[in-house]
Design a protein. Structure first.
Length: 294
């Protein structure tokens, strides 16, 4: 029975979730939305070599980008590298997460610490380590020559191959954590029951393990692809000045040529392309996931 004293309290309850989430929404708007809107507005300004940034709004920067094949090559390289990094991270990180999930204490904690240890080291430090390994006299080339795989040093530095390998190492923990979190819901008794009923190992993996791991692969793939497409430090160090991606190109426009509007336009297009590709792939994979495992 509702009393007169409790009625006003209940009438105010629907507003409580909005009031409680207001500080987080405000922080989100200030730290993320405001800079994005400012960058989008900056991309609409004109730039002159002698006058600098002009207070004129037009789409000249976007016309320059869409009308020059050089920018198409940059964006194609950016998303090609991001796709290969995501693919490698999924092929390596998903089995690693499955093996980790099957381990028992204390080995699970030890190997989890080993797998996540790279996150405790700066991205720049890890990338510089790969740069030392990839050199013509580095450990990788010397090992390949010593094993007779090649007679001359391979070109890992200033190449897409080197960037893909280094970025895969940098972003692998994000894929592994996502898949491992999904596999936490899998009861080992279900696998044991399937095996006891005569199901082959491949069938158990395909019908039981993979449906549980696939949401983690999808979420990890989204995180890995977004971070790989927008990565700066690793492509800048491994790729150098000659092999540019979208992030390093925007950096050059901001700090070298001082064409801030063009750099902002590149950043906006990178963000939009990232969102479109991620949402499109997510919808496609979810549809295929529903068709295969229904």
């Amino acid at each position: 029975m509702t009393t007169a004293a409790t009625a006003p309290v209940r009438s105010r309850l629907p507003l409580m979730p909005y009031l409680l989430s207001a500080p987080a929404v405000l922080l989100y708007a200030v730290l993320l939305l405001v800079p994005l809107v400012a960058t989008a507005l900056l991309s609409l300004h004109s730039f002159s070599l002698y006058k600098g940034i002009e207070d004129v709004y037009d789409l000249a920067n976007y016309r320059d980008i869409f009308g020059d094949s050089y920018f198409y090559e940059i964006f194609a390289r950016t998303f090609r590298i991001a796709f290969l990094v995501t693919l490698l991270a999924a092929f390596i990180g998903a089995p690693e997460a499955y093996i980790l999930n099957r381990m028992r204490a204390p080995w699970r904690g030890i190997f989890l610490l080993v797998a996540l240890a790279p996150l405790l080291v700066s991205v720049i430090s890890r990338t510089l380590g790969w740069a030392l390994l990839f050199g013509s006299t580095g450990l990788v080339n010397q090992g390949l020559i010593g094993l007779g795989v090649t007679s001359a040093p391979l070109q890992f530095m200033y190449s897409e191959t080197g960037i893909v390998i280094a970025l895969t190492h940098v972003l692998m923990p994000f894929m592994m954590i996502s898949v491992w979190a999904s596999l936490q819901r899998l009861d080992p008794a279900i696998e044991h029951a399937a095996v006891s009923l005569g199901a082959p190992s491949l069938t158990v993996l395909r019908r039981i393990v993979l449906p549980q791991a696939l949401p983690g692969v999808l979420s990890g793939g989204i995180i890995t692809f977004a971070l790989a497409a927008s990565a700066f430090a690793t492509p800048a160090i491994i790729g150098g000045r000659r092999l540019k991606v979208a992030s390093t190109l925007a950096y050059d426009e901001f700090l070298n040529t001082l064409n801030w509007p063009l750099g902002a336009a590149i950043a906006v297009l990178l963000l939009i392309a990232n969102i479109v590709i991620i949402l499109g792939c997510n919808k496609l994979l979810e549809r295929r996931y529903a068709e295969v495992f229904r």
